[in-house]
Design a protein around this ligand. Structure first.
Ligand code: HEC
Ligand code: HEC
Length: 209
């Protein structure tokens, strides 16, 4: 992690300077009311360095963002921007964009195809238990085993485990706000199953191919 940090910072400043020049180019064209498709695509390309070509991340701490609903991506990007959702990097990145631009970038990634993280390790037995726990505590909102984008709750199946784990920790610490009803279910889960319940769920999501 220590070794990666300077590289990540470098990437961030590279991305920031790239998006600044994109704005500059737009300014010269006397600011169109609606950004042209080409500019929106250019903005979206600045995400690829970290989130991978087509929004499919090489992981493990950077999530894939392809195939989520545009609504979900837009809301989360705005929450990063305002600081309502904790982040290491995304807060600084999202601040470089207007809400309108975030919505346009979200639209682009929502149309790409989510691809499960490849070859993640998981415990077969735990994954079986995790499936049951998911159906009991999570399926209502994260439909079809956490693969449905149109419920606007985020994709869980096949997402990088370290990212899911970090996100659940943020929710638990309150640095990203958990939806009230989800909080109730997670509390119930933790009371009955403890941390092992979370481990089982993570195994289940990692097991989905
Ligand atoms: C320098 C690397 C980097 C760049 C560039 C970057 N991201 Fe991220 N992104 C991350 C990391 C790391 C996370 C995990 C949250 C955090 O710690 O910041 C993340 C999280 C996200 C998430 C949350 C996904 C989820 O499932 O919860 C979304 C959405 C997102 N990024 C969208 C974007 C978009 C759109 C762009 C381009 C405008 C972008 N990112 C550019 C590194 C990056
Ligand atoms: C009542 C509905 C509801 C239930 C039940 C629920 N969730 Fe959620 N979940 C949501 C919503 C809505 C979001 C999006 C929150 C946001 O925008 O920050 C979310 C987000 C998440 C995220 C973040 C995804 C991402 O891409 O960043 C994770 C991880 C998650 N839920 C896990 C779970 C698990 C595990 C359970 C079961 C123990 C569960 N949720 C139960 C509604 C629910």
């Amino acid at each position: 992690m220590k070794k990666m940090l300077p590289k990540m910072l470098l990437l961030t400043s590279l991305v920031l300077s790239m998006s600044t020049s994109a704005f500059a180019a737009d300014d010269k064209k006397k600011k169109p009311a609606v950004m042209s498709g080409a500019s929106a695509t250019m903005l979206a390309n600045t995400c690829a360095g970290c989130h991978g070509f087509n929004g499919v991340s090489k992981g493990p701490a950077t999530p894939s963002i392809a195939g989520f609903s545009a609504e979900y991506l837009t809301e989360l990007l705005k929450a990063y921007k305002s600081g309502d959702a904790a982040s290491t990097i995304m807060g600084r990145i999202a601040k470089g964009y207007s809400d309108e631009e975030l919505a346009q970038v979200a639209e682009i990634y929502s149309k790409k195809k989510f691809v499960n993280a490849p070859d993640q390790k998981f415990d077969e037995k735990l994954a079986k238990k995790g499936k049951k726990l998911h159906n009991k505590y999570c399926e209502k909102c994260h439909a079809d085993g956490g693969t449905a984008a149109d419920d606007d709750s985020g994709l869980l199946a096949g997402q990088w485990t370290p990212y899911l784990q970090a996100t659940l920790a943020d929710f638990h610490a309150g640095t990203r706000e958990m939806p009230k009803k989800m909080k109730k279910k997670v509390k119930k889960l933790l009371k009955k199953e403890g941390e092992d319940g979370i481990k089982a769920l993570l195994s289940y999501y990692a097991s989905q191919k």
